[in-house]
Design a protein around this ligand. Structure first.
Ligand SMILES: Cc1cc2nc3c(=O)[nH]c(=O)nc-3n(C[C@H](O)[C@H](O)[C@H](O)COP(=O)(O)OP(=O)(O)OC[C@H]3O[C@@H](n4cnc5c(N)ncnc54)[C@H](O)[C@@H]3O)c2cc1C
Length: 468
């Protein structure tokens, strides 16, 4: 059976144009918002039933863990959904000044704090995703088809163009949904490489860099009258010896999400006692001290699929027209740096840009869009990829580790930045701007910072005692 979605004709990308998005995770939702500007109508296909309230669902198990929306991600979300920041606030998401309200224990000591405008709303992934979904559901030309799985691509006779997807809500029944553009946003476990092979294309080469990390997270009710001058605590791991770290953050509903982080296979336990013991064993027991008398309101959730993996669609010499891959389906990161949703937002903006260019090049066709988009997206992925993987490469046991002279220089330079961050609040702020993705890593090489780093590294007497 071939279902043709009935669209109102506005004539943007062609007449009666229809885009299909696979997956209602953050990248699917954000891409959908952008597609609404360019297509007459749109369908999001999601294999889960989507809850009305903020709840974890099967397809996004990582939502049980801390999900930080970086400043750049927040800015893009506000651009796509004006007023969403205010809605987060109304929903109880506290505002957090990263440079004064997060305690950060880096490898050298506690970072030097001072107030700044690096402020984000701190919320759970479930709350954020639910808000975005609600915003999208107000568009009458956008339809969600839920509890339905995409099982493959439909292509034209020559397999040069994707013309739709095969979907099924039950194992036995399968139908096809026609589309002018198919966007794969089905996440880390995307089957797109296999679907492409099935219609005669090569699967993309994949780069995997795995430091074998794991999270265990438990949610707590913040005790009544709890007083602290922080809203979050970050305890970084310390290669090569200390594989353990932790994260505590205040989110909506007066809750804390406490995460134990293990690297190089030092996986944190998922039983309550083991979890607490792990947090107590960190270089500082501050997170443990905060939560030890708080009431847990969830089990301890574990997660171990943390590798960085990049499907290089941009390197394929041939790709069918009418197809885009986005989000974790292209590049998934070790979540240590909290980049995933922000990179999804960047992907959505890149798609918008490419579609605008497309309209100028050839208003009635999507020819060339696939290759242009995947290549532009790859350029945007370079910096976040470099940041995460270069840190993961500090562990000798990291699979796919590439240690060249550049990585070693980067490590040395970043060590100096972290060391300076302990004494110099201005440098710490510069570092945070990069972490929050509002500045490129290259900004840390600005002449004034470079000069400080060089002077500091020449004066060995300024190196403080490392914490434990
Ligand atoms: C433990 C952990 C912690 C993280 N912490 C952070 C953080 O702090 N900050 C941050 O920004 N990012 C974080 N991330 C990353 C973040 O979750 C993702 O990068 C981000 O959600 C974008 O993912 P996505 O939408 O591409 O894929 P997903 O979120 O995985 O969504 C994919 C969707 O596609 C659906 N789907 C899959 N296959 C099909 C199919 N065949 N048919 C129909 N539907 C399908 C799934 O059900 C799901 O809804 C974390 C990740 C993990 C694992």
């Amino acid at each position: 059976m071939f279902t043709k979605v009935n669209c109102k004709t506005i004539n943007r990308i062609g007449k009666n144009s229809h885009a299909v998005v696979i997956g209602a995770g953050m990248s699917g939702l954000l891409a959908s918002r952008v597609l609404l500007e360019h297509f007459d109508c749109e369908t999001i296909i999601e294999r889960d039933r989507l809850p009305q309230q903020p709840e974890t669902r099967r397809g996004v198990p990582q939502a049980n863990h801390v999900h930080t929306l970086l400043l750049q991600g927040q800015q893009i979300l506000e651009q796509l959904f004006p007023g969403i920041e205010a809605e987060l606030t109304t929903g109880g998401a506290p505002s957090v000044d990263w440079s004064s309200e997060y305690y950060f224990l880096n490898v050298w000591g506690w970072a030097s704090l001072s107030p700044s405008d690096l402020i984000t709303r701190s919320c759970s992934r479930n709350f954020l995703e639910c808000l975005v979904r609600k915003r999208l559901s107000s568009y009458t030309n956008l339809k969600f088809i839920t509890a339905t799985q995409v099982r493959g691509l439909v292509s034209d006779e020559s397999n040069s163009k994707i013309t739709g997807v095969q979907i099924s809500s039950h194992k036995e029944s399968e139908e096809q949904l026609a589309a002018d553009l198919v966007v794969d946003a089905s996440g880390r476990n995307s089957l797109l490489p296999k679907w492409l092979e099935k219609i005669g294309y090569q699967a993309p080469r994949q780069t995997v860099i795995n430091s074998f990390g794991g999270y265990s997270t438990c949610w707590y009710e913040v005790p009544e009258n709890y007083q602290a001058d922080w809203k979050g605590i970050v305890v970084a791991t310390k290669p090569p010896q200390d594989k353990r770290g932790g994260f505590l953050c205040l989110v909506e509903g007066n809750r804390w999400a406490a995460t134990a982080i293990g690297t190089a296979k030092d996986y944190p336990p998922t039983d309550q006692d083991g979890f607490m013991e792990f947090l107590r064993s960190l270089r500082t027991p501050l997170i443990y001290e905060a939560i030890k008398d708080a009431r847990p309101i969830s089990p301890v959730y574990g997660y171990r699929r943390m590798e960085n993996s990049w499907n290089h669609y941009e390197k394929l010499s041939k790709l069918p027209e009418g197809l885009i891959a986005i989000g974790d389906a292209v590049c998934a990161f070790n979540p240590h740096y909290g980049q995933g949703m922000t990179v999804s937002a960047l992907g959505a903006l890149t798609l918008d840009l490419c579609l605008r260019e497309q309209l100028q090049r050839s208003p009635d066709s999507l020819r060339g869009l696939t290759k242009r988009f995947q290549s532009k997206l790859a350029k945007r992925l370079k910096n976040p990829w470099l940041m995460t993987t270069s840190e993961d490469c500090r562990w000798e046991t990291t699979k796919g580790r590439q240690m060249n002279i550049l990585t070693k220089l980067m490590h040395g330079y970043m060590d100096q930045i972290l060391l300076l961050s302990v004494k110099d609040a201005k440098i710490y702020k510069k570092f945070l701007e990069v972490v929050l993705m509002v500045k490129a890593p290259q900004s840390l090489f600005a002449p004034n910072i470079l000069a400080k780093v060089l002077m500091h590294s020449l004066d060995s007497s300024t190196v403080p005692q490392q914490t434990k």
